[in-house]
Design a protein around this ligand. Structure first.
Ligand SMILES: Cc1cc2nc3c(=O)[nH]c(=O)nc-3n(C[C@H](O)[C@H](O)[C@H](O)COP(=O)(O)OP(=O)(O)OC[C@H]3O[C@@H](n4cnc5c(N)ncnc54)[C@H](O)[C@@H]3O)c2cc1C
Length: 401
């Protein structure tokens, strides 16, 4: 039987960071990864560019997480400055994009992964090693014995990256309901005709929640940052748990404000003036002032207005319908596009994990890090931030204890 001070289960960003922090503290560490390679999901992040973190000041940043009190200590232990300097020491620079999103200057997530692998020099890595059982005294798969274990097995979504719902039941730790997060939405209506079109800087709303951002149409529904951030609220409003039901039915409405820079009154006034001044203009041409041109035919079809009608011939009812739909264009949502959920909401119940160390309060010497915990944030670098910070804290605490 091989013996180690610490066994880290899962070679994603949380597990790699945990293994690095522990091995730098002179612990004998083994990293167990079920895939033939490390960081499969990390490579896909940010469309292959890796939005590694979000550079808002910590206090402001924490407000974006439902579990901000739990995360506070780990965020102050591995600050953004410390995280980025870790990569800068190996020659990588970073760029900041809108909304404080940070990417490597090379725009390659593989550069982040390669540096992490470089830092794993003193760690024994076992590839193609799927942990199936952990028995008393921390014996893993009857093969490896560890003084401490850090579980960093990730979420339940994107199974092709190594994630699976079974990860959550490796220990008997209590779980909160497990759900899809940051997930595109499937609409009742077939959107094939407008697949690929993006609406820029619109406001999407669900109930009282609103997000400003781009909305993209796919063949089956809606996606893009504005939509997937809202999807977290929808997912949390529905009563389901992926352990029992992986395709919950949804019946909600998403409304899109296609003209956020105009109020209804502004539009009314503008239409009154323009419809007189440009009476001979066809409505489909006029709408280019407000909408991306390849979306106009679909929009007019949906609201039953003939695009070739001249402005002077549009009756009052149609004019009001135009205004109403420019401000509130709705889609019925029937399901999650589950294979594309970027994160998992829910997981190991935080009530049983010490936020100062990431150690279980039920089983001494057992630690958790990353997405396997009941932690998630919006899109924009917030989720890798969780993985790196909690991973670092778990590795540090396990090696110091
Ligand atoms: C397409 C996509 C794009 C994303 N883009 C971003 C982004 O730009 N910015 C951002 O902040 N977040 C992004 N995310 C979210 C982010 O990737 C995750 O939150 C993050 O990877 C979680 O890290 P983790 O280490 O906890 O889990 P993971 O990265 O999922 O790693 C878990 C690892 O554990 C291994 N494992 C699982 N079970 C076992 C087992 N039983 N035995 C051994 N090994 C096991 C898995 O194979 C995997 O390698 C994105 C997610 C997706 C899917």
């Amino acid at each position: 039987m091989e013996e180690y001070d610490i066994a880290v289960i899962g070679g994603g960003p949380a597990g790699m960071m945990a293994a690095i922090a522990a091995s730098r503290n002179s612990s004998k560490v083994v990293l167990l990864e079920k895939n033939p390679k490390l960081g499969r999901k990390l490579l896909m992040t940010g469309g292959g560019r890796c939005n590694i973190t979000n550079r808002k000041p910590i206090k402001k940043l924490l407000n974006f997480y439902p579990q901000k009190n739990f995360l506070k200590h780990s965020f102050y232990t591995l600050t953004n400055e410390k995280l980025l300097s870790f990569f800068e020491e190996k020659g990588l620079s970073f760029i900041e994009e809108d909304d404080n999103r940070i990417f490597p200057e090379t725009e390659k997530s593989s550069d982040i992964l390669n540096i992490l692998i470089d830092y794993l020099d003193d760690v024994t890595i076992r590839y193609d090693f799927e942990v199936k059982s952990i028995v008393e005294n921390f014996i893993i798969n009857d093969e490896i014995k560890a003084g401490k274990i850090i579980i960093a097995t990730g979420g339940a979504t994107y199974p092709q990256t190594g994630c699976s719902i079974e990860n959550y039941t490796l220990t008997s730790h209590p779980l909160t309901d497990i759900r899809y997060g940051l997930v595109p939405l499937i609409t009742k209506k077939d959107l094939s005709d407008i697949a690929g079109i993006t609406l820029y800087d619109v406001i999407a709303s669900y109930g009282k929640s609103k997000t400003k951002g781009n909305v993209l149409f796919s063949h089956v529904g809606l996606t893009g940052p504005g939509i997937i951030n809202l999807s977290n609220e929808i997912s949390e409003d529905i009563n389901y748990n992926l352990l029992e039901n992986d395709n919950p039915e949804i019946d909600v409405e998403i409304a899109i404000d296609l003209c956020p820079d105009f109020t209804r009154e502004n539009l009314q006034d503008k239409f009154t003036i323009d419809f007189q001044a440009k009476g001979k203009t066809m409505v489909k041409n006029y709408l280019r002032l407000f909408l991306t041109s390849n979306f106009i035919d679909f929009f007019l079809d949906e609201i039953n207005i003939d695009g070739e009608t001249q402005l002077s011939r549009i009756d009052k009812k149609s004019k009001n319908r135009l205004i109403e739909n420019l401000k509130r264009f709705t889609f019925e949502i029937t399901a999650f596009n589950k294979n594309l959920a970027k994160v998992t909401i829910g997981g190991i119940n935080l009530d049983d994990v010490n936020p100062k160390t990431m150690e279980s309060s039920l089983t001494p010497n057992l630690y958790f890090a990353g997405e396997v915990l009941d932690l998630h944030g919006p899109t924009g670098g917030y989720n890798l931030k969780i993985a790196f910070s909690t991973g670092y804290l778990a590795g540090l605490s396990a090696s110091e204890k």
